[in-house]
Design a protein around this ligand. Structure first.
Ligand code: PMP
Ligand code: GLN
Length: 382
């Protein structure tokens, strides 16, 4: 007899990134779907990893992460957000941002707890909540600017609200939170027991001279928050799956209890290399400008298509409406243009547990100019 198990996620199927990248490979399409760069990462950083491996950095580091890397991150946090944090008690290196988010949710959530999630939401959030037997409370971002309706947040808060999840710059929309958003959040959670989970993996990918309003800028918010980051996004190496989480000493102590029996510690050579590479401030400070150039180039190319581009002020992504082309639902449309025109994208309804479909697809512009040009040449034909 084949043993069977009761699914912990009975309503969840394969992630849209795997589906669309699979389709892109199958149809040899240009992949503007899943968010990863197709240009090479920094040569010096690659050489550094190689070098430290040859110098013997191949065994476990402490479970919290390589200390000089945590020190470099504390220094960076103070430089960027004006907040002093302890590398000893407040930072943990994780195998990617997704893992940091999962660990923070698992650290906090008890069955029946409610978590406020803004939709569209990065696709791991809701399964991560449900696997902990907690309840996602969904609030739509206001289309098409994708802004938070704080009055609605106040209405949705209940005695069971345990967490609020934020993501800025936002995937999939490229929306960016303003200082007023953070201040409203601070006001709402003051004198409550609510924990904030802030996904800031695109902290440096921010455009149009906007400032990244990290939760880390607000000491009062910070003491009740887990803030998650990804080196994959900052250094164009999504396949390294390395990130980190910052929190208060008390919350981080609990986070580490979960983390230490899950992965224990992360890849050593990349941590040792990054500790050194972080001294190069220009490498992360110049990122916004670099990606803004790509966004603008892609938008310019897309002017010659029938797509209506929405605004994006950050991240790797820009969304577009296609209602001038078709009235298909977004999943069918995205699949069809992959097969028929050879360009893969992501249907934005995949980021709504409610299935909301505004007939919008997401493009990733973190690509070589040639890739964007080749894709636009195909998209013009639709
Ligand atoms: N959050 C968001 C919004 C993302 O887009 C990503 C990128 N995949 C992550 C978290 C996770 O990053 P990582 O690849 O480091 O797990
Ligand atoms: N963050 C990337 C995206 O949104 C992909 C991550 C993944 O494939 N899980 O496209």
């Amino acid at each position: 007899m084949t043993p069977s198990i009761q699914s912990k996620l009975p309503n969840i199927s394969t992630t849209i990134f795997t589906v669309m990248s699979g389709l892109a490979n199958q149809y040899n399409a240009i992949n503007l779907g899943q968010g990863f760069p197709d240009y090479p990462m920094n040569e010096a950083l690659m050489n550094k990893v190689n070098e430290v491996m040859h110098h013997g950095w191949n065994q476990y580091v402490p479970m919290q992460g390589y200390m000089p890397l945590r020190e470099a991150l504390a220094e960076k946090t103070e430089l960027l957000y004006g907040t002093k944090i302890s590398p000893d008690t407040q930072i943990t290196i994780t195998p990617g941002g997704t893992y940091a988010i999962y660990t923070a949710l698992t650290t906090v959530l008890q069955p029946g707890d409610e978590v406020i999630v803004f939709e569209p939401a990065y696709d791991s959030y809701i399964p991560n909540i449900e696997i902990n037997k907690a309840i996602p409370v969904l609030i739509p971002l206001q289309f098409p600017e994708y802004k938070i309706d704080w009055a609605e947040v106040r209405r949705k808060i209940s005695p069971k609200t345990r967490m609020i999840m934020l993501n800025s710059p936002h995937n999939p929309t490229g929306a960016v939170l303003a200082e007023s958003d953070l201040l409203q959040l601070q006001e709402i959670v003051r004198d409550t027991n609510i924990i904030v989970l802030s996904d800031e993996v695109y902290e440096h990918l921010i455009f149009d001279n906007l400032k990244h309003y990290s939760v880390l800028r607000y000491p009062e918010l910070m003491k009740r928050s887990f803030v998650c980051f990804s080196f994959g996004k900052t250094y164009h190496c999504t396949g390294w799956k390395l990130g980190y989480c910052i929190s208060s000493p008390e919350l981080m102590a609990e986070f580490r209890k979960v983390h230490q029996y899950n992965c224990f510690c992360c890849h050593t050579p990349s941590q040792v290399a990054l500790a050194d590479f972080l001294k190069n401030k220009e490498a992360y400070l110049s990122l916004g400008e670099l990606m803004q150039e790509r966004r603008d180039y892609f938008l310019q190319l897309m002017q010659h298509t029938k797509f209506e581009m929405l605004s994006s002020h950050g991240s790797y992504f820009v969304c577009a409406k296609y209602n001038r082309i078709s009235d298909e639902d977004d999943k069918d449309f995205a699949k069809r243009i992959t097969k028929e025109y050879g360009v893969a994208t992501i249907p934005v309804s995949a980021f709504y547990a409610t299935g909301t479909d505004h007939q919008v697809i997401r493009f990733c512009f973190a690509k070589k100019k040639e890739t964007l040009e080749a894709a636009a040449e195909r998209l013009i034909k639709i």
